[in-house]
Design a protein around this ligand. Structure first.
Ligand code: SF4
Ligand code: SF4
Length: 110
């Protein structure tokens, strides 16, 4: 990533959405440099937060497979799944896919 693009990404896409002015967005919302997905903290979009009940979880891996943002990852030492809320945008797919309803969505901020 070039220095100019890196600076632009750091100044723009890592800011919360409500702090980005329209003038800072590329025309058409274009992605101007490949490989910058990790710079987009889609967690700032979230209005609901998935919470996992590890007692109910049967470690089927469905949430891990189905999350479109790769926001869920296994913690092998603790034998649990952990959520990266920088990237979880609260779409609820993981909760819908969980076969034992171990994941519930709660209002963000509660
Ligand atoms: S709510 Fe959506 S983005 Fe967040 S962990 Fe679940 S599937 Fe991924
Ligand atoms: S889908 Fe539900 S049961 Fe399966 S690993 Fe995720 S939280 Fe656990």
């Amino acid at each position: 990533m070039s220095d100019i693009i890196r600076k632009r990404v750091e100044e723009t896409v890592t800011k919360p959405m409500d702090q980005i002015a329209w003038q800072e967005i590329e025309p058409g919302g274009s992605i101007v440099e490949p490989g910058n997905a990790s710079s987009y903290h889609t967690g700032t979009w979230r209005s609901q937060r998935p919470i996992c009940d590890t007692e109910k979880c049967i470690r089927c891996w469905r949430c891990f497979i189905m999350c479109p943002d790769a926001a869920i990852s296994p913690d092998y030492q603790e034998n649990i799944f952990i959520w990266n809320y920088n990237y979880c945008k609260g779409c609820g797919i993981c909760a819908n896919e969980c076969p034992v309803t171990a994941i519930t969505l709660v209002e963000e901020g509660n």
